[in-house]
Design a protein around this ligand. Structure first.
Ligand code: SF4
Length: 63
């Protein structure tokens, strides 16, 4: 199973991941993106990868 995390130091709050993959990424209280599901269900793996590839600061870590 894929795991996703947002590096809070790198996120610039551009919103791409939240709009690309709202099932997994959401805003936190610091107005940064966070992964609301660290263990990504298989049906959302593609959109997590799209978000990670598109993130302008490479803040999304997957493993
Ligand atoms: S795409 Fe990257 S920089 Fe933009 S909100 Fe998501 S984690 Fe933050």
């Amino acid at each position: 199973m894929v795991k996703a995390q947002v590096n809070q130091d790198l996120c610039i709050s551009c919103g791409l991941c939240v709009s690309t993959c709202p099932e997994v990424f959401s805003w936190n209280g610091d107005e940064k993106a966070e992964a609301i599901k660290e263990d990504v269900p298989s049906e959302h793996e593609d959109c997590v990868q799209d978000a990670a590839d598109g993130c302008p600061t490479d803040a999304i870590e997957t493993q």
